[in-house]
Design a protein. Sequence first.
Length: 268
Amino acid sequence: FAGSPNGNGTYCGMNYSGRGGDAVVDEDKSGIGAFAWTAATGCALPPSINSFTPTDAITGSIITIRGLNFTGTTVVNFGGIAASSFIVVSDSVITAVVGNGTFGAVSVTTALGTVTKTGFNYMLCPGGISSSLVSDVSGSSYQWQINTGSGFTNVANGINYTGSLSSILLLNNIPSSWYGYQYRCFVSSNTYSNTFTLKFTDTWIGTGGTSAWEDAANWSCGSVPDANTDVIINSGTVILNSNTSCRSISVSNAASLTINTGFNLNLN
């Protein structure tokens, strides 16, 4: 290519040697079939992820992934689970819809490789759910740990856990009262995985045929939110006819929430 750098190096996967200007390139890095060129037409590079938002999501959430070299993306995963759909908006932006995700990393795959970025939290449904945590660090041994507010301690297999000594920790029948509990994996060579935080969310979908908060069919989790759940209402009309509690609530400008006289919604 024109104006090649001095000395030896690698450009687009090919070795070169030169003193500026034209360069001699070993195309297969074997010392055979070297050639010279005066202009570069560019080369394809593997993808890279700079960021993704939001980092906390549920099934159906739209995640914006920013980075480089996304053209030709074939797979987008959340916690190792394929996105239900995705759009390559540009070479540097992908929008993807979360499927049945798990905690872990966001990954993007093209013909030139796969890149991952840790820090994805899959928000859970209340009501004794099951999910999994995947360590983003590999090693010869694993020990999952939990922090309930007083520091990390080792997890043991039992009613709520399977795989405490493996790279994947299965969570079984986790109650929503565990909101905020943190998990990490201690890996051989004194290395820790990314920290995962349990969060529980229920989103209004309004498919119950009524506007009643109390109708479980109106909620994405198939159950009415409890006191430890973050509630999201993005659209529709919601009417509350009972005394109830939730952890937090978000109502968009496109939605309305009416609390009928004599009833209260308490935020914990």
